[in-house]
Design a protein around this ligand. Sequence first.
Ligand SMILES: Nc1ncnc2c1ncn2[C@@H]1O[C@H](COP(=O)(O)OP(=O)(O)O)[C@@H](O)[C@H]1O
Ligand SMILES: [Mg+2]
Length: 318
Amino acid sequence: MGNYILKVINLTKIYKTRRENEIKAVNNVSFNIKNGEIVGLLGPNGAGKTTIIKMICRLINSTKGNILYENDIKQKKRLNMAKNITCVLEGNRNVYWRLTVRENLEFLSIIKGYNPKKLKERIDYYIDFFNLRDKEHVIAGKLSQGMKQKLSIAASMVPPTKIVLLDEPTLGLDVKASYDMRKILKKIAEEENRTILITTHDMKVVQNVCNRIIIINQGQIIADDKINNLLHLFELKNYHFSIEGFITDEQRQLLNDIPHLEIKENDKNTEISVHIDKMSIFYRIVRVLENGGSIVKSIENSEIDFEKAYIEILGGIV
Ligand SMILES: Nc1ncnc2c1ncn2[C@@H]1O[C@H](COP(=O)(O)OP(=O)(O)O)[C@@H](O)[C@H]1O
Ligand SMILES: [Mg+2]
């Protein structure tokens, strides 16, 4: 069966609504996750991400399919599974508002079946890790949105579970708080030997944190690969040429059929921006400029942008 920690096989979820309507939220989804992988689960709103997370942590039952934890084919070790997965759900109250930060970390460990006395060191470690030391004895209800979210994630890290499921960890946070959260997630990715499945809309989270992504749309997987492979597939690059003076009509004509190319003129310069998928187009632009005697002051290339790749993947398939 190979070296996986989580195996999702032909998972399907049909929600029955009151008017006897059926919504196929998840449609025959299969994927494996290896120990220590950090996988991003991406997709537009309503794609089925949260439903998959809820089925993996057994909050809801699947309509069809199987979720196997390690080699537990017969699922004898349900308890073991609960002890080995923690989950932070989007939008839910993952922590108890009337308990303090420390009490939450202790109580949520008990719920997972761990003795908090034995986890004291870990609790202290994560209080510092998440920068919550000065809030240790403050009740969760009094924390800012960003701190509540930090506490939720801290609570999922304290019990020594092998798998952590995070549903939209940066959703609803302001700019500063989501920046902090991304830094924390990056640190977790680098320092923790956990297997993490994280759903997000935040491309920066994907780029900084995940080593593999699964893209789902309308309940089905449309891509599952290492980030680098997906980027390579699309090779989206932005180039920006700054040219002294203006280009000729003939040059314009020669550049005319290049897609995603934009020419802007200001007082003294011409700026050409282009979004290319083949290096041959880059060289063609350089040749047109060179042959026309243009003086190129600078060429900048912006980093490969994951968001553009993602939109391209969705655009190509939807
Ligand atoms: N409890 C529910 N009852 C009925 N439909 C639901 C329920 N939860 C989610 N859905 C529907 O299932 C689909 C997938 O939802 P969800 O898993 O929340 O997607 P995502 O997390 O990717 O935004 C959506 O069409 C949503 O409206
Ligand atoms: Mg969701």
